[in-house]
Write a protein that binds this ligand. Structure first.
Ligand code: NAD
Length: 415
């Protein structure tokens, strides 16, 4: 996933740029970079072919000064502890940018779910949760879905946590509706990506979204809903690439049809009849106005950044851009809306789910989307103000905002 590159170093380099603007001391930087707690666990699982496999799982709680730790659970064969640290720290800054009362965590298991049965995945999830459940809970750490995990996974998390602690739906978000999940929970991240794209394209760049050409990498939870809402706003999604294939159509893909196709086609856009197939590796070079990476981290690099045709990049994925690529985009005058703002709709709706679970009272989808939009627009304005004040990039502006909020909370609680 990340090759030789270290996502945690990248995130900390971004952090330092914002810390420089704020003049933070080395002591405070050290404190804010170092994860609060890290757990590594081993999960021996008897596989269906009779072999015993030992999986490695992680949970990193980066910072909890503003509230319970919050972050996704990722299942991926290349997952390493340093990536989990990076993603946990991004969540600390993300929850602060949207000002929801959570800290930042991340977890996951090094495994390849495409080679595992549902039963094996359930056993693995239960073993993982049972081994880390002592640090979880509605007031401690609240997991959610991420790459290769979904509402079913979160249902197993709820059940396994409940075995020791009783039925506490607020212990996990991204649950199925039948178990206390939230309306808009599935769509929340993609919806937020679309809102941030619209704001950046129309308000910051002063352009019209009607007919604007969008290219996406990733058509999973984030990418597919981002495409759906952008299509609904009048944008033209001209190319989509995922792990198994890629399709394009210059006049714009029929997104509702693609959305339905992917859900009946093992989750991939490969073979979609409404477009022309192309090499997924060339996704960055596709002609477009707006580029949305919505798959994995570390994909926009020194090598791929010069190929990008877009004038706006909106980070649906976490940490898709290396610091070198950031510099290239800056030099080329390409506007980039960073992950900690662009995909923060996910944690925002997770926050609503947690609130509804604690109150045992539920909101409808229109209420959820309205509240989500309000929070994101506020965050967008807050970041825009930092960008203006410090004449910095949107990534640095968002980090400045987050660092101010986290350091203030930390100072009030006591170092
Ligand atoms: P997902 O598992 O639902 O979908 C991942 C998508 O990426 C799939 O379309 C997959 O085919 C594609 N992909 C994977 N490897 C690829 C590769 N090598 N090349 C091209 N495409 C590849 O995951 P998701 O939940 O949509 O998460 C996507 C990104 O968004 C991740 O970076 C995640 O951390 C971030 N994110 C997710 C959420 C959320 O609510 N799910 C919230 C914030 C950020």
């Amino acid at each position: 996933m990340t090759g030789h590159m270290n996502l945690f170093d990248n995130v900390n380099r971004q952090f330092d740029e914002a810390a420089d603007i704020l003049g933070l001391s080395q002591e405070i930087r050290e404190l804010l970079k170092t994860p609060y707690r890290e757990i590594t666990v081993a999960m021996p699982i008897r596989m269906e072919d009779g072999t015993l496999k030992v999986f490695k799982g992680y949970r990193v709680q980066h910072n909890g000064v503003r509230g319970p730790q919050k972050g996704g659970i990722r299942y991926h064969p290349d997952l390493v502890l340093d990536d989990v640290r990076a993603l946990a720290s991004l969540n600390t800054w993300k929850t602060a940018v949207v000002n929801v009362p959570f800290g930042g965590a991340k977890g996951g298991v090094q495994c390849d779910p495409s080679k595992m049965s549902q039963h094996e995945l359930e056993m693995l999830t239960r073993r993982y949760i049972s081994k880390i459940s002592m640090v979880l809970g509605p007031t401690r750490d609240v997991p959610s879905p991420d790459v290769n995990t979904n509402a079913q996974t979160m249902a197993w998390v709820l059940d396994e946590y409940g075995r020791k602690n009783g039925f506490q739906p607020a212990c996990v978000t991204g649950k199925p509706l039948e178990l206390g999940g939230s309306q808009g929970g599935e769509a929340g991240t993609g919806k937020g990506v679309a809102i941030c794209t619209r704001e950046a394209w129309t308000k910051v760049l002063g352009r019209d979204l009607k007919g604007a050409r969008v290219v996406l990498q990733g058509f999973g939870n984030v990418g597919s809903f981002a495409a759906k809402f952008l299509h609904g706003m009048g944008a033209r999604v001209v190319a989509v690439a995922d792990e198994a294939g890629a399709v394009r159509r210059a006049e714009g893909l029929d997104i509702p049809a693609l959305f339905a196709y992917v859900r009946q086609n093992k989750g991939t856009v490969a073979g979609f009849p409404g477009g022309e197939p192309f090499d997924p590796a060339s996704v960055w070079a596709q002609t477009c106005d707006i580029l949305v990476p919505a798959a994995l981290g570390g994909v926009l690099t020194q090598a791929t950044a010069p190929e990008v045709q877009a004038t706006l990049i909106v980070e649906g994925a976490n940490a898709p851009t290396t610091p070198e690529a950031d510099q290239i985009f800056r030099d080329r005058g390409i506007l980039l809306i960073p992950d900690i703002l662009a995909n923060a709709g996910g944690v925002t709706v997770s926050y609503f789910e947690w609130v509804q679970n604690l109150q045992q009272l539920f909101w409808n989808e229109a209420e959820i989307f309205e509240k989500e939009e309000k929070i994101l627009l506020q965050a967008f304005r807050d970041v825009a103000e930092k960008v203006k004040r410090h004449a910095c990039t949107w990534r640095t502006g968002a980090l400045v905002l987050a660092l101010e909020r986290v350091t203030k909370a930390n100072e009030l609680r006591g170092w």
